[in-house]
Write a protein that binds this ligand. Sequence first.
Ligand code: ADP
Length: 344
Amino acid sequence: DENNPASSAVQAANFDMQLRCAVTELNPNYDFITAKYPEQQLREIPRNKLKLIRLLGQGAFGEVYEGTLKNMCANVSELSVAVKTLPALSTQQAETDFMMEAVIISKFMHKNVVKCLGVCFEEHPRYIILELLEGGDLKTFLRDSRPKTDQHYFLSMKELVHLSLDVANGCRHLEEKHFVHRDIAARNCLLTTRGEGRIAKIADFGMSRDIYSADYYRKSGKTMLPIKWMPPEAFLDGVFTTKTDVWSFGVLLWEMFTLGYMPYPGQTNSDVMQFVSSGGRLDPPEKCPARLNKIMILCWNSIADIRPTFSEIIELLDMCLQDDEVLNAPVGLCHFAMAESFKD
Ligand code: ADP
């Protein structure tokens, strides 16, 4: 009976209440998301303009499809899209969480953050319609780009720095909106394409969505947290600020220049918490140019306030593009035999 205005009002009020209850004083995204009826900020798209074509993968709620959207812009007759679905038989909680994801993504408008084109929330199954990012996730891409036996490098350092700049620019947009992502990592970035001209975008807001959920404490046992990407103040005290994302970005740089290694290979989350809180840090990627390694070290300062802003990180990465020592460095020159023993 979602067409019944009374029941919609109750739903909206419940949603609003859940939202306020889920938010604590440690949650820096509070202002960002406390609009009275967040679902009214979403653009409802007529379902008949949408065609689902093939399954892309499984999301937290339901399947994600590739599809097309007809006649939405003046000059484009058909747009390729990704459609996240929420099965008809979902709980009220899942409905709220699913809507929250759409609300979050819709707040951003940046080349390096996935765009939400609209939603179909008036009937079941509910859909979130996103721009299609055909290149898959950054971590898989990096791993697939490792030189095989013939020592042929598929990616240049310049391309890796450009991808790093893409993610840093997306992060700066979140920073400007005072939004803390909480799960910046290569696995959560998607690429427009695998070929030349690829653009990386921050595409998975699952962790930011989940902290608004009444289910959060069930969902986020310590085993669910991305400990290897988190700074000590986050895993010890639960403090999340943009500087948390800066630390995680440093780990993403490490993933980038190891071509997708698992950080702290062979160590468990609890090893890593102990190691990092007593001052231990990831080793620089093999033969990593000093200028790049320095950026990672800055991101991993144990004092959050001293870590650079994303604008500063962008400046430092830009300088890498002028530095022949960086541009001529060998890509992903790691001990691949050793890497084999740390399969994850
Ligand atoms: P959830 O956060 O709900 O778990 P994901 O965002 O991880 O869901 O999506 C599940 C799958 O759908 C992943 O394999 C992901 O690569 C794919 N996917 C998600 N969004 C897009 C998109 N915009 N374009 C292409 N594929 C996508």
